[in-house]
Write a protein that binds this ligand. Sequence first.
Ligand SMILES: Cc1cc2nc3c(=O)[nH]c(=O)nc-3n(C[C@H](O)[C@H](O)[C@H](O)COP(=O)(O)OP(=O)(O)OC[C@H]3O[C@@H](n4cnc5c(N)ncnc54)[C@H](O)[C@@H]3O)c2cc1C
Length: 371
Amino acid sequence: MTKDNFDIIIIGAGVSGLILAHEIIERTNKSVLMLEKEKKIVMNKNLCFWNYPRNILTQYAENIWDDISILINDKKISLNSDNYKYLMIKYKSLKEFFIRKLKKEKRFKILANLNVQRIENKKNKISIKIKDKTFTSNLLFDSRIDNKNKPQNKLLQHFYGVEVIFNKKVMNSKEVILMDILDIKNVFNFVYILPFSEERALIELTYFSSKVFSKNDYKSELKRYIKNKFNKLNYKIKSHEYGVIPMFKYQQPKSINHIKIGLAGNWVKQSTGYSLQNSFIYSKQLVDCIIKDKTPVIKERKSSYLLDKIFCNFLNYNPHLATLFFECFFKKNNLKTLVKFLTNTANFFEILKVIFSLPKFHIIKSIFINR
Ligand SMILES: Cc1cc2nc3c(=O)[nH]c(=O)nc-3n(C[C@H](O)[C@H](O)[C@H](O)COP(=O)(O)OP(=O)(O)OC[C@H]3O[C@@H](n4cnc5c(N)ncnc54)[C@H](O)[C@@H]3O)c2cc1C
């Protein structure tokens, strides 16, 4: 059996693992081993993010949308600003970008097709045995989700989308529909439309609830929506994407050198299900600690956590009021305030402004519900 020692091991060459590895390699002289389960990319998802705050991917965005709209009972509210744009990069492009850059560095090694299962952590020394090899390090960042200890009956954001090509030009390719809020019964749900051209778009059905549905349920609902919305136009389905994102926090290992990252480390913004921007912010915080020789920890902004909690509680307990909520949210705030809220960069006054723009009685109730 051979033994390989590294300063840091990262499990998972996904969004969080790659962004963190890049931050470590760029700012420290540590050696990094990355272990990845898959041989190649399983799902090429569309990763969207705002152009604020800027990150290294901003300039490589594959799509940029100027107009940000929501639809409530077919009435549109649109926001636009010269400074705030919605961007998209494909998961595959993100991975290729970082892997190409990291591989140029001798201190970085990536091994794919290795499913990490057991980890030993004795006297703060991590060792991972796979096949005939043992990898050791002092610090482990781990993006595996612990499905065994997943809490039950917690709020989830679950979605199923299809990338369609219509036989006619029907889209405004400069406008993203963040939400077309549907007939709300007991579950908050909406359709997200991401046009890539005038004929091609991702059309995605999203629900906020504690139970996911069968794939056929999403498919038939989506088919019905497309038929009604696009006047029975013919279309071809090019690909699909599916996701279930926790809107709760996973328990974290009580260890100073085994640190969960990404979805597993609660890097996802609970109200939106987005984690790309946080991956940059949190990777920087972790590397700041490494440079100062401190235990790597993330400082979550309490104000953002509170707003997310209010948002999730409100939608969970008052799905019938979601239209009112979003009408207030989009009509009474400008795009700058919304983007700052959605990227956890709002200051105290901007947070108050968002809270005061929402239906007050239900918002106050949502503050005191413990999920
Ligand atoms: C369909 C979809 C669309 C999304 N769209 C957006 C978006 O537009 N914007 C946004 O900000 N967020 C989005 N998200 C949420 C989130 O940003 C992504 O899921 C992101 O990929 C999470 O990063 P991660 O590092 O936690 O997980 P991943 O990117 O999934 O990376 C985890 C990696 O770990 C590997 N791995 C797992 N288990 C093991 C093991 N045992 N051994 C070795 N390797 C292992 C996996 O193969 C994977 O490569 C989306 C999520 C989904 C599912």
